[in-house]
Ligand binder design. Structure first.
Ligand code: NAD
Length: 381
């Protein structure tokens, strides 16, 4: 499958677009045929691995542009200013960041720092009167998510979470298959995302350095919960958007630690199960010890599955009726366009990309981690 540019993809995918309209995840208000007169000016906070991918997405976005940066490293500031033609006046560090409130050239702040810092920078962005996107997981606790939602609400700015897969056509298709019951009621789901981190580098895209002892992903407080917060969240998400339901209870088991020193503070592997109101059960895994990137749904009259399923893609899969294959898109550009267009047009963001969605995942993940620690089923009420 060729990596089609996005405008061409939209032009060729009206059928897919029409078919998924009305799904929990949808393309509504996402019409690239009409590029805006003014783009939304975005400042990235934290210039690590994922910020590089977002910068790539911003280059391809029709609705957003990279207008500012916030970094603690002056040499990185220089490099990014040159590479992306960012004026020095739009370059901040973590100390003078709050002055961004006076910068009319910045409309939206995109928080891409370690998980435990999401709350601080969302609160500061809201105080500065800027719209804000925070990366997943929204925060490390439910209480922090509540504070973030309230702060943005009071400041009158939008708060969304970086759920790039909500704009990816293969995910939209499995959400449609599940929610519209195209193969009848889904009874069982298997989903997992994990990366083997022992002998990196394994993949071409930027990846975290798990050999660095100070890696925040290995720190319980900074990560908020190891692979569950980092990768397991995608398995939780896929089950939720394919069923269109919220889990009522969870159970979990922590897997063995093959590298006890590296994973002294966080789990290396988590196996977890979620039970949904329809009676459907999902069996999921997430790990830093092995590679897995799969989704499988068994329904009354068939099945559908993806592998690769919930990573950066490209995704491919099949159902009992045939192949599932959609054009490859730039996931970051699609997400930025979806959010950017709504903000520019002063339209309300759908709840599946806002803080109200982010907090649901954190509530579920905290319950899964509690179930793993206690060995007991945890009810989500
Ligand atoms: P990273 O470690 O590569 O980058 C983090 C950045 O934050 C670095 O530039 C670092 O200098 C900066 N930083 C600021 N204050 C810091 C502090 N006190 N300690 C450590 N770093 C500090 O991490 P990343 O992979 O870019 O992840 C950043 C966020 O993006 C995380 O929340 C992660 O979950 C999320 N993420 C999302 C996706 C996605 O597909 N949506 C993919 C990867 C990461």
């Amino acid at each position: 499958m060729k990596n089609l540019n996005r405008r061409r993809f939209i032009g060729q995918s009206t059928l897919a677009g029409a078919a998924i309209a009305g799904s929990v995840l949808n393309w509504s208000n996402f019409d690239l045929a009409r590029p805006p007169e003014k783009k939304l000016n975005v400042a990235l906070v934290g210039l690590g691995n994922y910020a590089e991918m977002l910068a790539g997405g911003l280059q391809q976005s029709n609705y957003c542009r990279l207008a500012g940066i916030v970094t603690g490293h002056p040499e990185k500031a220089d490099k990014w200013q040159k590479q992306y033609q960012i004026p020095a006046a739009n370059s901040y560090n973590y100390q003078n960041f709050d002055e961004i409130a006076h910068n009319k050239e910045i409309d939206l702040i995109y928080v891409v720092v370690p998980n435990y810092l999401h709350k601080e920078y969302v609160l500061r962005a809201a105080k500065a009167g800027k719209h804000v996107i925070t990366e997943k997981p929204m925060a490390t606790s439910v209480e922090d998510c509540e504070e973030m939602i309230q702060a943005c609400h009071q400041a009158g700015v939008t708060l969304s979470v970086g759920y790039r897969l909500h704009y990816e056509p293969t995910q939209l298709e499995i959400a449609r298959l599940g929610q519209r019951k195209i193969f009848g009621q889904v009874r069982f789901i298997e989903a997992g995302l994990g990366y083997k981190t022992f002998d990196l580098p394994l993949k071409p895209e930027p990846i975290p350095d798990f050999n660095a002892p100070e890696n925040w992903r290995l720190n319980r407080i900074k990560s908020g919960g190891g692979p569950m917060m980092d990768l397991g969240i995608y398995a939780v998400q896929s089950c939720r958007y394919v069923l269109g339901e919220e889990p009522v209870s969870v159970t979990a088991q922590f897997g063995p630690k093959f590298n006890k020193r590296r994973f002294a503070q966080v789990e290396e592997t988590v196996y977890f199960q979620m039970e949904f109101p329809s009676g459907t059960v999902s069996n999921c895994q997430t790990s830093y010890a092995f590679n897995t990137d799969r989704f499988y749904a068994s329904a009354d009259e068939g099945f559908f599955e993806l592998s690769p399923a919930i990573s950066y893609g490209p995704f491919k899969g099949r159902s009992s009726k045939g192949e599932i294959l959609f054009p490859v898109i730039n996931q970051q550009a699609a997400q930025l366009d979806g959010i950017g267009q709504l903000i520019l047009e002063k339209k309300q963001l759908p709840s599946h990309i806002t803080g109200e969605e982010g907090i649901k995942d954190i509530r579920i993940i905290r319950a899964i981690l509690e179930a793993g620690e206690t060995g007991k089923k945890v009810s989500l009420g």
